[in-house]
Design a protein around this ligand. Structure first.
Ligand SMILES: Nc1ncnc2c1ncn2[C@@H]1O[C@H](COP(=O)(O)OP(=O)(O)OP(=O)(O)O)[C@@H](O)[C@H]1O
Ligand SMILES: [Mg+2]
Length: 352
């Protein structure tokens, strides 16, 4: 198990495992581990929230325990369940002995009372099917507990999480209270689909993970797809950043940028004459964008700035920057292979 003395040390360790965090993010993660406070990461899809927990487990030499949240998640999936099959088997194995003892009670009511008074050890730790939260509490070795997409559960689940996060303990009525055997590092992620309760937020350090700066996104692509040339990586990143300024239904995430860079690299390295009709731009757009409406909107903008279709125009937030309002049409430049330079709009910030 590794502890880190500061954010910079943790940042370098994460980088060695291909996770690129900026200074502020690395510092907040380090603080969460040093203060043993849960860390709540909020932000758009695909910006590296889940990946941070995985990378942290790797660099910390800890086992990763993941609780994937969804609507309808309940105690039996999050905490524990009694293992009925094992309990039944246990009783069957004791059947002959129990039969002998019951022989002393010819009266059925007496036999029943005798049985009710016996403790067959069925409700003990040995018969628990341990789920992620209890697993983290029972683990003798410290772990990283990832509570992923916590905003997908109902608020009622938060009460359960609060007991684990605040008290580091789990209460099982039949057995008692288990207190954490080691201190887990806890990472919670949320896509902000609903407001989390103030009580949950209060117990966590809170950080908003945004899209990275141009420089950092290039680094990420190079780390995750080393086969892609730095020129191609830079152009795809620049294109994605331009698209993020458009009023799209879904902006390209880092994972989509990595996919697009890989696609661009494969196309560049393949024989171009074998498929001359395929337009590199269209391929990249289909990798970066997930909705036909978004692809149409971008193509309209790029192919001579045709008017935006009415529904998209109506939903366009007034403050969003458009390609047309950029000083130069950087997207077109990217397609011509002249992309470069860029803005530095880090979309992240720490909050407590
Ligand atoms: N900072 C980063 N360093 C290295 N790779 C990154 C980074 N951020 C994102 N990635 C890449 O993007 C992919 C998607 O990240 P991840 O699954 O963590 O996103 P997420 O924020 O959890 O998204 P969602 O909210 O959709 O679950 C990762 O598998 C990784 O390849
Ligand atoms: Mg995730």
């Amino acid at each position: 198990m590794t502890a880190f003395s500061n954010g910079a040390e943790l940042q370098s360790a994460l980088r060695r495992h291909d996770y690129i965090a900026d200074d502020e993010f690395a510092t907040v993660v380090h603080l969460a581990t040093a203060l043993e406070r849960p860390l709540l990461l909020e932000g758009p899809a695909g910006v590296g929230k889940t990946e941070l927990a995985k990378a942290l487990a790797t660099v910390g030499g800890r086992r990763l325990i993941r609780l994937q949240c969804y609507e309808g998640l309940d105690d039996s999936r999050a905490l524990y369940e009694w293992d009925y099959a094992k309990q039944l088997l246990h009783v069957q194995m004791l059947r002959d002995r129990i039969g002998e003892l019951l022989g002393q009670y010819p009266d059925i009511a007496d036999a029943s009372r005798f049985l009710a008074e016996q403790d067959f050890g069925l409700y003990s730790e040995a018969f628990l099917s341990v789920r992620p939260l209890l697993d983290a509490v029972l683990s003798p070795e410290p772990v990283v507990l990832l509570v992923d997409e916590v905003d997908r559960t109902e608020e009622s689940m938060e009460a359960l999480l609060l007991e684990v996060l605040a008290e580091r303990q789990v209460t099982i009525p039949e057995v008692g209270t288990f207190t954490a055997r080691s201190m887990p590092w806890v990472i919670l992620t949320s896509n902000d689909t609903r407001e989390l309760s103030p009580a949950l937020k209060r117990r966590c350090l809170h950080y908003h993970v945004g899209y990275p700066t141009l420089e950092r996104e290039r680094e990420i692509v190079t780390a995750r797809a080393p086969e892609v040339s730095s020129g191609t990586a830079g152009q795809v990143v620049e294109l994605a950043r331009t698209l993020r300024d458009l009023p799209l239904r879904k902006s390209p995430s880092i994972s989509e940028v990595i996919d697009a860079a890989r696609a661009a690299s494969v196309m560049e390295n393949g024989a171009p004459e074998s498929n001359p009709v395929v337009d590199m731009r269209d391929v990249l757009l289909s990798t970066l964008l997930k909705y036909t409406g978004d692809v149409d909107l971008v193509k309209n903008r790029l192919d001579g700035a045709a008017p935006v279709p009415a529904p998209a125009a109506a939903s366009m937030p007034a403050e969003r920057v458009t390609v047309a309002s950029n000083p130069a049409n950087t997207t077109t430049a990217v397609f011509r292979g002249r992309g470069g330079g860029g803005r530095d709009a880090a979309g992240s910030g720490a909050r407590r």
